[in-house]
Design a protein around this ligand. Structure first.
Ligand code: NAD
Length: 296
């Protein structure tokens, strides 16, 4: 068997095109606006932020980057967020991670107004996700992964999904999201024993550990769906957490790196920003905090 390659690049483009036409039709006096806080001069973060801005600009989302010195204090950063929280023309706020070591990321993320928390990293939205509450802003990478899984047309109910990684930004939220979609979920991590034998029982593998080509073909079940979140550099080339060339001969579906999860993450961030914009516009006329309320 040679796997069907899940084309994240083209699925993400469809999502962005769809958003672009909705934003165009909206023709509102104010554009959906995303504020991105970038602290310090981490090179990878600068590239990620630039890519987000480029994608936002292309579809009519205004993206404002606030570049702050790595020496900024926690209180000063909290004040910046408070200003953005109360600014009616800002609809989404994200803080590019990682933050410098002297800043408590949880404290900072907790400060973001949940209605503007389009990365879904605040404890409030993470909590709503664990309650399977529709009002949750689901973080972009897990949300993108779910779209990629749905694109295969596979029924998720009852499938055994094995996640590699337990980070707050990928492993944990994607586990919760798949649980909410009726998968049977196993979370593995750096201290897990016999990881290969656990993976051999997986119908779905989500590899998010940041270890180049860790997942080998003899770790996976014939016909499994493989979603590779990892972004690693090996011999100057980008690669994922999955040994793609060999695993694709055994899997039913697989995402490439690059061109799989990465483009979906940005598309989903833009989708959340547009959702936040609509929600805040509705709320000006409506006391109902329900995101799904379109009665006005
Ligand atoms: P992280 O470093 O915060 O977490 C890595 C997790 O993997 C940890 O929970 C750790 O326990 C686990 N792990 C590490 N080595 C392991 C091993 N040998 N076996 C099993 N588990 C192991 O990383 P993260 O932020 O969750 O990101 C994971 C990867 O995904 C990175 O390569 C990152 O660059 C990538 N990423 C990609 C996107 C995207 O949009 N494509 C988004 C976020 C992260």
């Amino acid at each position: 068997m040679t796997a069907h390659i899940i084309d994240g690049k083209s699925i993400a483009k469809q999502i962005r095109d769809n958003l672009k036409s909705k934003i165009g039709i909206n023709n509102s006096a104010i554009s959906p606006t995303l504020a991105v806080i970038l602290v310090g001069d981490n090179e990878a973060s600068q590239i990620y932020v630039r890519n987000k801005k480029k994608a936002a600009d292309e579809i009519g989302i205004n993206c404002q980057i606030l570049e702050l010195s790595s020496s900024i204090g926690e209180n000063a950063l909290l004040e910046v967020i408070e200003q953005l929280n109360t600014d009616e023309n800002i609809h989404g706020i994200i803080v590019q991670l990682p933050l410098p070591k002297h800043i408590d990321a949880l404290k900072i993320l907790s400060k973001i107004n949940p209605l503007k928390d389009v990365d879904g990293f605040s404890p409030y939205n993470a909590g709503l996700l664990s309650y399977n509450d529709q009002k949750a802003f689901i973080s972009a990478t897990p949300k993108g992964i779910l779209e990629l899984l749905k694109s295969t047309g596979t029924e998720l109910t009852g499938k055994h999904a094995v996640i590699i990684g337990r980070s707050n930004i990928v492993g944990k939220p994607v586990s919760m999201l798949l649980l909410n979609n009726d998968c049977t979920v196993t979370i593995t991590h750096s201290k897990t024993k016999e990881i290969a034998s656990i993976l051999r029982t997986a119908d779905i593998v989500i590899a998010a550990c940041g270890q180049a080509k860790l997942v080998k073909s003899d770790w996976i079940k014939e016909g499994a769906i493989i979603i590779d979140v990892g972004i690693n550099r090996e011999d100057g080339k980008l690669c994922g957490d999955v040994d793609f060339e060999n695993v694709k001969e055994k899997a039913a579906y697989i995402t490439p790196v690059p061109g799989g999860v990465g483009p979906m993450t940005i598309a989903m961030l833009l989708s959340n920003t547009y959702e936040a914009f609509c929600l805040q516009k509705n709320q000006k006329q409506c006391c109902c905090k329900d995101k799904k309320c379109h009665s006005h």
